[in-house]
Design a protein around this ligand. Sequence first.
Ligand SMILES: C[S@@+](CC[C@H](N)C(=O)[O-])C[C@H]1O[C@@H](n2cnc3c(N)ncnc32)[C@H](O)[C@@H]1O
Length: 250
Amino acid sequence: MDEHSLRQKADSLTWYHTIDLGHNVITKGAVNTILRLPRYQLPENLSGLRVLDIGANNGFFSIEASRRGAKVVAMDKWRDDGAAPREQFDLACKATGATVEAYDLDVYDLSPDRFGVFDMTFFLGVLYHLKHPILALEKVASVTKGTMIMETHVDALDLDYPSAVYYTGSQINQDPTNYWGPNPLAVEAWVVEAGFSSFKPVSFYYLPKGEKSGETAMAESGQSMSELVKNIRAKVGEIYRARAVYHVYK
Ligand SMILES: C[S@@+](CC[C@H](N)C(=O)[O-])C[C@H]1O[C@@H](n2cnc3c(N)ncnc32)[C@H](O)[C@@H]1O
Protein backbone atom coordinates (compact mmCIF):
# COMPACT_ATOMS: atom_id res chain seq x y z
CA MET A 1 0.00 0.00 0.00
CA ASP A 2 1.44 3.43 -0.88
CA GLU A 3 1.63 6.26 1.66
CA HIS A 4 -1.51 8.00 0.40
CA SER A 5 -3.73 4.88 0.43
CA LEU A 6 -2.35 3.78 3.82
CA ARG A 7 -3.03 7.19 5.35
CA GLN A 8 -6.54 7.29 3.87
CA LYS A 9 -7.33 3.81 5.13
CA ALA A 10 -5.86 4.47 8.60
CA ASP A 11 -7.71 7.80 8.92
CA SER A 12 -11.02 6.14 8.00
CA LEU A 13 -10.80 3.86 11.05
CA THR A 14 -11.14 4.52 14.78
CA TRP A 15 -8.02 3.54 16.71
CA TYR A 16 -7.41 2.71 20.35
CA HIS A 17 -3.63 2.44 19.95
CA THR A 18 -1.19 4.92 18.47
CA ILE A 19 0.85 2.78 16.07
CA ASP A 20 3.58 3.80 13.65
CA LEU A 21 2.47 2.06 10.45
CA GLY A 22 5.52 3.24 8.51
CA HIS A 23 5.47 5.57 5.47
CA ASN A 24 5.03 8.47 7.96
CA VAL A 25 1.58 7.22 8.95
CA ILE A 26 0.84 7.11 12.69
CA THR A 27 -2.62 6.02 13.79
CA LYS A 28 -4.63 8.51 15.82
CA GLY A 29 -5.08 6.33 18.89
CA ALA A 30 -7.30 7.25 21.83
CA VAL A 31 -4.35 6.09 23.92
CA ASN A 32 -0.84 7.24 23.03
CA THR A 33 0.81 3.85 23.33
CA ILE A 34 4.06 5.11 21.82
CA LEU A 35 4.48 7.57 24.72
CA ARG A 36 3.27 5.04 27.31
CA LEU A 37 5.63 2.25 26.24
CA PRO A 38 8.43 2.93 28.82
CA ARG A 39 6.01 2.29 31.70
CA TYR A 40 5.81 -1.40 30.82
CA GLN A 41 9.60 -2.01 30.77
CA LEU A 42 9.32 -4.67 28.06
CA PRO A 43 12.67 -6.43 27.58
CA GLU A 44 14.53 -4.88 24.64
CA ASN A 45 15.43 -8.27 23.18
CA LEU A 46 12.75 -10.94 22.87
CA SER A 47 14.58 -13.00 20.25
CA GLY A 48 13.41 -16.56 20.09
CA LEU A 49 10.80 -16.11 22.82
CA ARG A 50 7.21 -17.18 22.38
CA VAL A 51 4.97 -14.29 23.49
CA LEU A 52 1.18 -14.22 23.97
CA ASP A 53 -0.60 -10.85 23.82
CA ILE A 54 -3.97 -11.20 25.59
CA GLY A 55 -6.55 -8.54 24.71
CA ALA A 56 -4.33 -7.33 21.87
CA ASN A 57 -6.90 -4.81 20.56
CA ASN A 58 -5.27 -2.85 17.66
CA GLY A 59 -2.03 -4.78 18.13
CA PHE A 60 0.47 -2.20 19.39
CA PHE A 61 2.09 -4.58 21.88
CA SER A 62 2.00 -7.61 19.54
CA ILE A 63 3.79 -5.57 16.90
CA GLU A 64 6.30 -4.27 19.45
CA ALA A 65 7.05 -7.83 20.62
CA SER A 66 7.46 -8.99 17.03
CA ARG A 67 9.81 -6.04 16.35
CA ARG A 68 11.88 -7.18 19.35
CA GLY A 69 12.27 -10.66 17.88
CA ALA A 70 9.48 -12.66 19.54
CA LYS A 71 7.25 -15.27 17.93
CA VAL A 72 3.91 -13.69 18.77
CA VAL A 73 0.43 -15.06 19.27
CA ALA A 74 -2.29 -12.44 19.81
CA MET A 75 -5.84 -12.91 21.00
CA ASP A 76 -8.84 -10.78 21.79
CA LYS A 77 -12.62 -11.01 21.85
CA TRP A 78 -12.48 -9.07 18.60
CA ARG A 79 -15.70 -10.43 17.12
CA ASP A 80 -17.76 -9.86 20.23
CA ASP A 81 -16.49 -6.46 21.16
CA GLY A 82 -17.32 -3.45 19.01
CA ALA A 83 -14.63 -1.53 20.93
CA ALA A 84 -11.90 -3.74 19.47
CA PRO A 85 -12.57 -4.46 15.81
CA ARG A 86 -10.24 -6.89 14.09
CA GLU A 87 -9.76 -4.78 10.94
CA GLN A 88 -7.38 -2.34 12.67
CA PHE A 89 -5.28 -5.18 14.08
CA ASP A 90 -4.95 -6.83 10.66
CA LEU A 91 -4.09 -3.55 8.94
CA ALA A 92 -1.48 -2.64 11.58
CA CYS A 93 0.23 -6.05 11.35
CA LYS A 94 0.25 -5.95 7.55
CA ALA A 95 1.55 -2.38 7.34
CA THR A 96 4.34 -2.97 9.85
CA GLY A 97 5.25 -6.40 8.47
CA ALA A 98 4.74 -7.98 11.89
CA THR A 99 4.13 -11.71 11.76
CA VAL A 100 1.52 -12.43 14.40
CA GLU A 101 -0.72 -15.47 14.73
CA ALA A 102 -4.10 -14.15 15.87
CA TYR A 103 -7.17 -15.74 17.45
CA ASP A 104 -10.65 -14.47 18.29
CA LEU A 105 -10.74 -15.88 21.76
CA ASP A 106 -12.04 -15.26 25.25
CA VAL A 107 -9.34 -15.23 27.95
CA TYR A 108 -11.32 -17.87 29.86
CA ASP A 109 -10.75 -20.28 26.92
CA LEU A 110 -6.96 -20.15 27.14
CA SER A 111 -5.47 -23.57 27.77
CA PRO A 112 -2.00 -25.10 27.42
CA ASP A 113 -3.55 -28.04 25.53
CA ARG A 114 -4.64 -25.76 22.72
CA PHE A 115 -1.87 -23.15 22.64
CA GLY A 116 1.10 -24.64 24.48
CA VAL A 117 2.95 -22.46 26.96
CA PHE A 118 4.60 -19.07 26.47
CA ASP A 119 7.87 -17.59 27.69
CA MET A 120 6.07 -14.32 28.21
CA THR A 121 2.45 -13.23 28.36
CA PHE A 122 1.17 -9.67 28.07
CA PHE A 123 -1.95 -9.13 30.17
CA LEU A 124 -2.28 -5.41 29.66
CA GLY A 125 -5.40 -3.41 30.39
CA VAL A 126 -7.64 -6.46 30.64
CA LEU A 127 -7.90 -7.61 34.29
CA TYR A 128 -10.41 -4.98 35.44
CA HIS A 129 -12.67 -5.69 32.43
CA LEU A 130 -13.27 -9.22 33.65
CA LYS A 131 -16.14 -10.46 35.79
CA HIS A 132 -13.95 -13.29 37.09
CA PRO A 133 -10.44 -11.83 37.45
CA ILE A 134 -8.91 -14.65 39.51
CA LEU A 135 -10.24 -17.31 37.14
CA ALA A 136 -8.79 -15.34 34.22
CA LEU A 137 -5.43 -15.05 36.00
CA GLU A 138 -5.47 -18.83 36.54
CA LYS A 139 -6.00 -19.29 32.78
CA VAL A 140 -3.14 -16.89 32.03
CA ALA A 141 -0.91 -18.68 34.58
CA SER A 142 -1.70 -22.00 32.88
CA VAL A 143 -0.13 -20.79 29.61
CA THR A 144 2.75 -18.77 31.13
CA LYS A 145 6.04 -20.50 31.84
CA GLY A 146 8.15 -17.38 32.37
CA THR A 147 6.90 -13.84 32.96
CA MET A 148 3.50 -12.22 32.75
CA ILE A 149 3.68 -8.50 32.11
CA MET A 150 0.52 -7.13 33.65
CA GLU A 151 -1.01 -3.69 33.58
CA THR A 152 -4.25 -2.79 35.30
CA HIS A 153 -6.46 -0.04 36.56
CA VAL A 154 -6.21 0.15 40.38
CA ASP A 155 -8.44 1.76 43.01
CA ALA A 156 -9.01 1.72 46.81
CA LEU A 157 -5.53 3.17 47.24
CA ASP A 158 -6.26 4.43 50.73
CA LEU A 159 -6.87 0.92 52.11
CA ASP A 160 -3.84 -0.88 53.55
CA TYR A 161 -5.25 -4.38 53.12
CA PRO A 162 -6.20 -6.29 49.92
CA SER A 163 -9.44 -4.75 48.60
CA ALA A 164 -11.23 -4.36 45.30
CA VAL A 165 -13.97 -1.95 44.32
CA TYR A 166 -16.81 -3.55 42.36
CA TYR A 167 -18.25 -1.19 39.76
CA THR A 168 -21.84 -1.42 38.67
CA GLY A 169 -23.20 -0.12 35.37
CA SER A 170 -20.91 2.39 33.69
CA GLN A 171 -19.55 3.85 36.89
CA ILE A 172 -15.97 4.03 35.64
CA ASN A 173 -15.10 5.79 32.37
CA GLN A 174 -18.67 5.27 31.09
CA ASP A 175 -17.68 1.71 30.30
CA PRO A 176 -20.01 -1.10 31.46
CA THR A 177 -17.21 -3.64 30.95
CA ASN A 178 -15.17 -2.19 33.81
CA TYR A 179 -15.95 -4.51 36.72
CA TRP A 180 -13.15 -4.26 39.26
CA GLY A 181 -10.77 -1.77 40.78
CA PRO A 182 -8.36 -3.83 42.91
CA ASN A 183 -5.77 -2.05 45.04
CA PRO A 184 -2.12 -3.10 44.63
CA LEU A 185 -2.30 -5.48 47.61
CA ALA A 186 -5.30 -7.23 46.03
CA VAL A 187 -3.57 -7.46 42.63
CA GLU A 188 -0.57 -9.03 44.35
CA ALA A 189 -2.72 -11.48 46.31
CA TRP A 190 -4.69 -12.43 43.20
CA VAL A 191 -1.62 -13.27 41.10
CA VAL A 192 -0.23 -15.51 43.85
CA GLU A 193 -3.66 -17.11 44.34
CA ALA A 194 -3.73 -17.80 40.59
CA GLY A 195 -0.46 -19.75 40.63
CA PHE A 196 2.33 -17.22 40.04
CA SER A 197 5.24 -17.40 42.47
CA SER A 198 6.40 -13.79 42.73
CA PHE A 199 6.06 -10.31 41.27
CA LYS A 200 8.01 -7.09 40.81
CA PRO A 201 6.34 -3.66 40.86
CA VAL A 202 7.38 -1.74 37.75
CA SER A 203 5.46 1.53 37.48
CA PHE A 204 2.49 3.46 38.76
CA TYR A 205 0.56 5.96 36.66
CA TYR A 206 -1.59 8.44 38.56
CA LEU A 207 -3.93 11.29 37.82
CA PRO A 208 -4.32 13.48 40.91
CA LYS A 209 -7.85 14.72 41.63
CA GLY A 210 -8.57 17.95 39.76
CA GLU A 211 -5.63 17.57 37.34
CA LYS A 212 -5.95 17.09 33.59
CA SER A 213 -2.84 15.04 32.95
CA GLY A 214 -1.27 12.25 34.92
CA GLU A 215 2.28 11.16 35.65
CA THR A 216 4.14 7.88 35.76
CA ALA A 217 6.45 6.94 38.62
CA MET A 218 8.86 4.04 38.20
CA ALA A 219 9.29 1.71 41.18
CA GLU A 220 12.75 1.71 42.71
CA SER A 221 14.52 -1.58 43.23
CA GLY A 222 13.10 -3.35 46.29
CA GLN A 223 10.28 -0.83 46.72
CA SER A 224 6.78 -2.24 47.07
CA MET A 225 3.92 -0.82 44.99
CA SER A 226 2.14 0.12 48.22
CA GLU A 227 5.16 2.14 49.40
CA LEU A 228 5.40 3.88 46.05
CA VAL A 229 1.68 4.73 46.14
CA LYS A 230 1.92 5.94 49.75
CA ASN A 231 4.80 8.30 48.88
CA ILE A 232 2.92 9.69 45.89
CA ARG A 233 -0.29 10.19 47.88
CA ALA A 234 1.68 12.04 50.57
CA LYS A 235 2.98 14.37 47.83
CA VAL A 236 -0.08 14.93 45.61
CA GLY A 237 -3.06 14.13 47.83
CA GLU A 238 -6.09 12.34 46.49
CA ILE A 239 -5.64 10.31 43.32
CA TYR A 240 -8.54 10.21 40.87
CA ARG A 241 -7.36 7.43 38.51
CA ALA A 242 -4.40 5.10 38.66
CA ARG A 243 -2.84 2.18 36.84
CA ALA A 244 -0.09 -0.19 37.87
CA VAL A 245 2.38 -2.33 35.93
CA TYR A 246 3.93 -5.48 37.38
CA HIS A 247 6.27 -8.16 36.07
CA VAL A 248 4.90 -11.39 37.48
CA TYR A 249 6.88 -14.60 37.54
CA LYS A 250 5.73 -18.19 37.27
C1 LIG B 1 -8.40 -1.55 27.52
S1 LIG B 1 -8.17 -2.65 26.16
C2 LIG B 1 -6.43 -2.99 26.35
C3 LIG B 1 -5.77 -3.24 25.03
C4 LIG B 1 -4.25 -3.48 25.11
N1 LIG B 1 -3.94 -4.76 25.73
C5 LIG B 1 -3.59 -2.35 25.85
O1 LIG B 1 -3.15 -2.52 26.98
O2 LIG B 1 -3.53 -1.25 25.28
C6 LIG B 1 -8.91 -4.16 26.71
C7 LIG B 1 -8.91 -5.25 25.67
O3 LIG B 1 -9.28 -6.47 26.32
C8 LIG B 1 -10.17 -7.16 25.48
N2 LIG B 1 -10.98 -8.06 26.31
C9 LIG B 1 -11.91 -7.74 27.23
N3 LIG B 1 -12.44 -8.83 27.77
C10 LIG B 1 -11.83 -9.90 27.18
C11 LIG B 1 -11.98 -11.31 27.31
N4 LIG B 1 -12.85 -11.84 28.14
N5 LIG B 1 -11.19 -12.09 26.56
C12 LIG B 1 -10.29 -11.55 25.68
N6 LIG B 1 -10.12 -10.22 25.51
C13 LIG B 1 -10.89 -9.40 26.24
C14 LIG B 1 -10.99 -6.06 24.82
O4 LIG B 1 -11.63 -6.51 23.66
C15 LIG B 1 -9.93 -5.01 24.56
O5 LIG B 1 -9.29 -5.18 23.34
